[in-house]
Write a new protein. Sequence first.
Length: 249
Amino acid sequence: MAHTLRLPQIDLAAVVSQQHPSIDLRVHTYDNSTRNFLKALTSYKNRAITTISDRRKHQASEKKKVVERTQAVESETNQCKLKEIDLVAQLEREKEERKDAELSVAAFKRQLAALRDKIASVDADIEQYRVLTQNLRREKNKERSTLSSHASHVSPESKSCEQRLACAIEGVEKDRLLVRFFRIDPSDLEREASFVIDIATQNFKVITSSPHLPSMAILVSNLNESRDIYTFIRDVRAAYKLLLDSSTE
């Protein structure tokens, strides 16, 4: 409750009747009241200034926070926009990659279909070759059986011819023939003469001969000119016979 200063009641008649009339204005009280008022006013002013200053600081701080939040939101918004741009670009790349992948898959499917067709064709060819091989094997077995049957009849005749001709011809290696002559030396009927001839190339070659025949090179040259191997074998036998007859004498 506010304090109210009550003014004293002045009795003017009493004051006038005094020898030295005077009125006590209570200046001291007034001064104290004025000083208190000014002090209160100054205090109020200081509190108001402090309050205003605090409010300004608070507002500045709040403004700074709002600005910082605004900047943060703008920065985050910009980052989101950049991320959105990156995502859009990534989506476009993924679309292109997906398109390329679909094209590759389609190409691989076509290649797979072509390979399957080729495999089916190869399987058919293999089956055809298998049947052909089986047929050839049966024919070969039949021919072998036939040859074996003929050989059983020919072998005695072949031995008889070898004994009559005193000459035997047999294969020793691929494209090489061993020719043996019997009863070539009248003084030693068990003695043999032989040579191995290579018929793999156009020009015949004598690989080895036993015993050594000096005229073999000439006989081979004549063979390559005439291409008559039977005459060559007969001439070689005659040359061996002449050589062994001469050595006996």
